[in-house]
Design a protein around this ligand. Sequence first.
Ligand code: GLN
Length: 391
Amino acid sequence: MSTQSPAVLVLEDGRVFEGEAYGAIGETVGEAVFCTGMTGYQETLTDPSYHRQVVVMTAPHIGNTGVNAHDMESQRIWAAGFVVRDPAIRPSNWRSQGDLQTSLTEHGVVGISGVDTRALTIHIRDRGAMRAGIFSGPVALESIQSLLARVHAAPQMSGAALASEVSTKQEYVVEPSGEPLFTVAALDLGIKGSTPALMAERGIKVHVLPADTSFERVRELAPDGLFFSNGPGDPATADSEIELLRRALDARLPFFGICFGNQLLGRALGLDTYKLPFGHRGMNQPVLDRATGKVAVTSHNHGFAIAWPGGDTTQAVDTAYGPVRVSHVALNDDVVEGIACTDIPAFSVQYHPEAAAGPHDASDLFDRFVDLMRAAGEDPARHEGEESHDA
Ligand SMILES: NC(=O)CC[C@H](N)C(=O)O
């Protein structure tokens, strides 16, 4: 551990928490969100969906298992800041290759430790997600008014279009582990490494594509299915991606979406999205699968959700693409956690079946995508649909 220097966390509404610098010294601002995972901090930090968010860990002791090259969900830490109560002094785990504090410092991520994260979480839960800044080093000596002004100058998460900031600039291919059975075009809106890995395990060749890829390019790849990943920002801003998705749905291309991808399927069908009071983040979130009555414990990271017209999520809704129903709901607060179309091959979930740190209760959703592609390959209507679109 480096020598400790004071740090201060300033929330948008003026509440202040004092602590010690953890990770890089300096300043950072973002949306303060709490994550209820007991483990998986490295997967959380490297998940591009946390871009521009200051992550507060509710579990008090963080860093015990260190960090390793395997558990990176992307090439870097995306979280804008990190708030912990009691960091591990020394990691101890057979997989550990380094300690978290050094990793945060190397990635230039400003954090704070020694914070009463329980009080902070209750504050966010009661008042809603809000902007926050972490300040350490010389800037921490400025007046609270001056620090608060910096927090107020930070952009809001509502209205933020961030997918292009995290998406790959160049296409790349993840090859299947065995015989290629299917080809999938995966739009990278902030994709986590586990997603193409789980597809590749199922014989899928995955073309990972930049967020601004055209429908023409998708068609050139002649994929069996289209996938939209998780990603940061407000789904209400993703107009070009929705246009692409509508063209794919018109062509009856099988579609699977995760998290941001779920919100965009909702929007492509004509539904709205809204901002949750404080979101769901963590790996201990119960979700009911309406079709089976089974409850899965799942990993979440979302601050927005699909608004269900009329409010009764047991009722299907008619859309330009035929009926859509709610396939999954959150048991804590009834938020829509998954939708499925009846007349076209498209479904999506708001949570994370790919979650590397687990739980893996929901990984069968990738098999469902494979089933959908297999069935669509045998469906003559799909090919007719493609032709009519060309005309
Ligand atoms: N993990 C995600 O894809 C998050 C989606 C969206 N940015 C939200 O916060 O709801």
